[in-house]
Design a protein around this ligand. Structure first.
Ligand code: FPP
Ligand code: MG
Length: 292
């Protein structure tokens, strides 16, 4: 299995799909310009890739998940734009470029984030999925994004700054602010492929644990990596008094924590087989290697 080839192929498929979408909206001007700027900045495109792999692991063509993958990437991009705002993390650099508010001003960045949520809904509503699949995707997207997911996790993350928090509290924050979207990607890939309940459960659990590992890895990278390799400012968590696993457990324990979540994610896939499942396993393991 050559993971690099599989990932490059999936990434290209997503980039092409996104490019076609951007072209279809070209010349719109207005707030879309700021949306398109952030959406088309580099980024690993991990979420749409996960949706594609989950779709393939469920026995369908990966391309079937491109619309919902784009919708999730839009939600992810909204969350990055707002996370970078002066009122939240106040960052100048994202995906190797000036942040949205640095480029377009704060008001436009707020509105671009807002607009991307609605664009995500539109992309699903207008996709070539059955009415039942659209309803399921929109329900799960709202659940992952809202007051029990991404937005709540971000709020709890901000409220935890400068406070003593337990590993359990941090885990809940990570589950909401990061893992919810990973879980959604896996659910979405499985759902559009018409996967059975057991496969869907296995893939979504994998997504949840992968997301939990991913956030701790992200926090470790904040300590050990450079802005050049990450395309964003590093060393900020400590300066801002962020509640992170690294902060409360130390680097080595945090690594062990990420390792355990990674193992659990891989374990969730044990009942499944095929090239896409193998790719999911290898990708999960490879994400951890960034910090080992
Ligand atoms: C980096 O993803 C992003 C995370 C690790 C998630 C952090 C969570 C937030 C910023 C929540 C913000 C929520 C709101 C509501 C403002 P990545 O490494 O995949 O980034 P990439 O797409 O640029 O590669
Ligand atoms: Mg933040």
């Amino acid at each position: 299995l050559d993971l690099d080839i599989i990932l490059a192929e999936k990434r290209t498929a997503f980039q092409d799909y996104l490019a076609a979408y951007l072209t279809s909206r070209e010349g719109t001007g207005g707030i879309w310009e700021a949306c398109a700027y952030s959406l088309s900045s580099g980024g690993k495109r991990l979420r749409p890739i996960l949706a594609m792999l989950a779709c393939e692991a469920s026995g369908s063509e990966a391309a079937l998940s491109l619309p919902v993958g784009l919708a999730i990437e839009m939600i992810h991009t909204f969350s990055l734009i707002h996370d970078d705002l002066p009122a939240i993390d106040n960052d100048d650099l994202r995906r190797g470029r000036p942040t949205c508010h640095r480029q377009f001003g704060e008001a436009s960045a707020i509105l671009a984030g807002d607009a991307l949520i609605f664009s995500a809904i539109s992309v699903i509503a207008e996709a070539d999925y059955s009415a039942q699949i659209k309803a399921d995707l929109l329900r799960e997207l709202a659940r992952a994004g809202g007051v029990d997911g991404l937005v709540q996790g971000e709020h709890a993350d901000i409220m935890a700054e400068g406070r003593t928090v337990t590993p359990d509290e941090i885990r809940t924050i990570h589950r909401q602010k990061t893992a919810a979207l990973f879980e959604l990607c896996m659910y979405a890939g499985a759902r559009v492929a018409g996967a059975d309940a057991e496969t869907t459960r296995a893939l979504t659990s994998c997504g949840q644990h992968l997301g939990l590992a991913f956030q701790v890895i992200d926090d470790i990278l904040d300590v050990i990596a450079t802005p050049d390799t990450l395309g964003k400012t590093t060393g900020k968590d400590a300066r801002q008094g962020k509640a992170t696993m690294v902060g409360i457990l130390g680097l080595e324990e945090a690594r062990r924590w990420a390792q355990q979540a990674t193992d659990t994610a891989v374990d969730c896939l044990k009942g499944l087989s095929g090239t896409a499942v193998e790719a999911l396993r290898t990708l999960t393991a490879q994400l951890l290697l960034r910090v080992m």
